[in-house]
Design a protein around this ligand. Structure first.
Ligand code: 5AD
Ligand code: SF4
Length: 524
């Protein structure tokens, strides 16, 4: 009998991709996705540890499941991803009803663990089968059971040893290679990992500990994956890596495929893929060759997400970022000289320990100078196990952090609005992503009223139009407000039929209000 799986994803694009791959494997094993945790036989949270706030959300989800597990002991609950790796078996102490812990570097073992946990839980209900002998063993190295019904796979301290690294590389590669997709899936955008992990050790960041060391995937496997996706009708592939421009694959014969080489090779091998993009770039070590690849390959989007994190050299040093604010400016100048129309986005942390008003003002100045399309702004959150938490006191009061966060956001909004106004009158190609949130929100509100106020509006409007919804629509159905994304990652609203979802459409930008661009469709 097929079983129901609820999988909720928190955090970055890497997690979104991991969830997709895990779901694909579990589907083969007899699980169907459900959007309702209440109906699930297995509940998995793919978690993020970058800030405490992200972890709090999962704690509250787990807390809410405590009673349900008492009533339904054969429900399998798993925490996967960065939180599992960071907090490890401590999570069992806080939430004894968890059955599975699986770190992001061990996800190839998850299907086996879910199977074991399901067998074990039904065995303990029937209390007639010996759990240890009936459950197939998870053969992988670091997966083991800790106590009845508990299944754990974490990299722990083994992750940076080279002997275990090679093995981890091989088995994780199988997870990426397991991806199955066909044209009937109707998917138009997809992520492809090129690098796992991170070696930078920025002092505030948990990622090098949770995702392990930088490992580059073989170029041919990446190219084959992009090819497979393109053949299945995907129109936009986003390559993923924590510091993506560090990509360098050393072949057995001593040759190295650099990031620039890889971009050229993918572009060459998938001439029918309309868009190729990549995130996230590290401001140092971005070669001219990689910028030239972006300039010369027509289908590579001229968009760079390249986090500056701060504008003060003293703070950048405390963060161990390895560059100065001047180096960052030089990179921006180099990118703009090569591609004057390039669109740049950044991340900033405010309220890093000891940050003064004058230093904060230097972050403000970076946003004004670099004219980012948008920036993601975060209040510093001390993370256990990081150097910053060990070494520095989190001495900036919460209200100062909040005030700096709001100020930086306001400056970015001013810069974004100015950039948007400059786009009025231009014709751009957009990839249609579906009905605009505004319209979805209105219909959600309507269905809430119709359902007697019981419906969860946020579930409806957070969901993009699904491919199966599109398949049911007549070719030229009722016109609605759609949103699409430009090559520079700007979001544009325009009127058109929902059946355009997933298509490339030319539009003329006619207006810019607040942070949204409005356009009219140019019908060929
Ligand atoms: N506190 C606040 N923000 C953080 N980030 C990473 N670690 C922390 C932390 N401890 C931010 C950085 C990074 C983004 C993904 O999250 O800006 O680029
Ligand atoms: Fe974290 Fe720095 Fe690596 Fe980015 S580059 S994932 S901020 S350690």
């Amino acid at each position: 009998m097929r079983r129901k799986l609820y999988l909720e994803t928190f955090g970055c694009q890497m997690n979104v991709l991991d969830s997709e791959l895990v779901m694909g494997q579990l589907r083969v094993q007899g699980y169907d996705a459900t959007e309702s945790p209440d109906q699930a036989d297995v509940i998995l949270y793919n978690t993020c540890s970058v800030r405490e706030h992200a972890e709090q959300k999962v704690w509250s989800r787990l807390g809410a499941l405590r009673e349900r597990k008492t009533e339904q002991p054969n429900l399998v609950i798993g925490v996967i991803g960065c939180m599992a790796e960071r907090d490890g078996e401590n999570l069992f102490r806080k939430f004894p009803h968890i059955d599975i812990l699986c770190g992001p570097g061990e996800l190839d073992k998850l299907p086996g663990m879910v199977h074991n946990a399901s067998v074990a839980s039904s065995a303990s209900i029937a209390s007639s089968v010996s759990v240890a002998s009936s459950a197939p063993t998870v053969t992988a190295m670091n997966a083991h059971r800790v106590g009845p019904g508990r299944h754990v796979a974490l990299m722990g301290s083994t992750s940076r040893r080279s002997s275990t690294l090679a093995q981890a590389e091989d088995s994780l590669e199988l997870l990426d290679l397991s991806r199955s997709i066909s044209a009937s899936d109707g998917v138009s955008q997809a992520y492809v990992r090129i690098t796992r992990g991170c070696n930078k050790f920025c002092t505030y960041c948990v990622v090098p500990y949770t995702r392990g060391p930088e490992v580059h995937r073989p170029p041919q496997n990446i190219i084959d994956e992009v090819r497979k996706l393109t053949d299945a009708g995907v129109k936009e592939v986003t390559l993923l890596g924590q510091t993506i421009n560090h990509y360098a694959y050393k072949h057995g014969d001593g040759r190295t495929t650099t990031f620039a080489d890889l971009l050229f090779q993918i572009h060459e091998a998938t001439a029918d893929l309309p868009r190729l993009r990549f995130v996230t770039s590290f401001p140092r070590d971005f070669t001219d060759a990689a910028l030239q690849a972006m300039r010369d390959c027509r289908r590579i989007c001229r968009y760079l997400h390249v986090p500056a994190q701060h504008g003060s050299d003293r703070i950048l040093k405390m963060m161990n970022r390895g560059y100065t604010s001047g180096d960052y400016d030089d990179f921006v100048a180099r990118a703009r000289a090569m591609m004057p129309d390039i669109s740049l986005a950044s991340d900033f942390i405010v309220g890093f320990p000891t940050e003064t008003d004058a230093e904060f003002a230097q972050s403000v100045a970076v946003i004004r100078r670099s004219r980012f399309k948008n920036s993601f702004i975060f209040k510093y959150s001390p993370r256990p196990g990081t150097t910053a938490m060990d070494r520095y006191v989190d001495d900036i009061p919460e209200d100062v952090k909040r005030q700096r966060n709001n100020e930086l956001l306001a400056v970015q909004q001013e810069v974004s609005a100015q950039g948007n106004r400059e786009m009025i009158g231009r014709t751009v190609e957009v990839m249609v992503e579906g009905e605009s949130r505004l319209v979805s929100r209105q219909s959600a509100a309507l269905s809430k009223v119709m359902a007697g106020g019981q419906a969860k509006a946020e579930l409806l409007w957070e969901t993009r139009t699904s491919p199966s919804d599109v398949a049911r629509l007549p070719a030229e159905s009722v016109t609605t407000q759609l949103t699409g994304r430009t090559r520079g990652d700007q979001i544009i609203a325009f009127d058109g039929p929902l059946s355009l979802t997933g298509e490339m459409v030319d539009v003329e930008i006619v207006d810019a209000k607040n942070l949204t661009l409005f356009a009219k469709r140019l019908v060929p």
